[in-house]
Design a protein around this ligand. Structure first.
Ligand code: AMP
Length: 113
């Protein structure tokens, strides 16, 4: 059985979200604690815990998520942005349903913390 997460509840409509995009493979919504003027999460409807759990059969879906992330960033008016996938708690992952962060709208520094 797959673990229930806040994101699986959002997919099922049990928790509201500020949706910016939706299709048969993914859903995108604004992060509840934005780290920049634009901070959007793109999540697959398939309940993968992290990119570690992705398999060859997920290749097309993962490519789709990246293309959607770029489309959304540009729709939000971003010229430059950062695309982030935190993998594992030591890397800052707090929700164990794969998600892509799109962050932009301010100058971003490197390296990340
Ligand atoms: P990560 O730390 O990479 O796992 O990212 C999880 C992100 O989900 C964080 O940036 C949280 O602010 C965000 N988040 C948690 N709950 C919600 C929610 N209900 N709606 C939107 N974003 C959320």
């Amino acid at each position: 059985m797959t673990q229930e997460t806040v994101f699986s509840q959002i997919i099922k409509g049990e928790i509201p979200c500020d949706e910016v995009y939706s299709d048969e493979q993914c859903l995108a919504f604004r992060d509840i604690q934005p780290q920049a003027p634009v901070h959007i999460l793109i999540i697959p409807r398939k309940p993968l815990k992290s990119i570690k759990d992705a398999e060859v059969e997920d290749k097309e879906m993962l490519g789709h998520l990246l293309l959607v992330s770029a489309q959304i960033a540009q729709q939000e008016g971003l010229k430059d942005w950062r695309t982030i996938i935190n993998t594992g708690s030591e890397a800052g992952q707090t929700v164990f349903h794969l998600h892509i962060h799109v962050i932009g709208g301010r100058k971003l520094t490197w390296p990340p913390g």
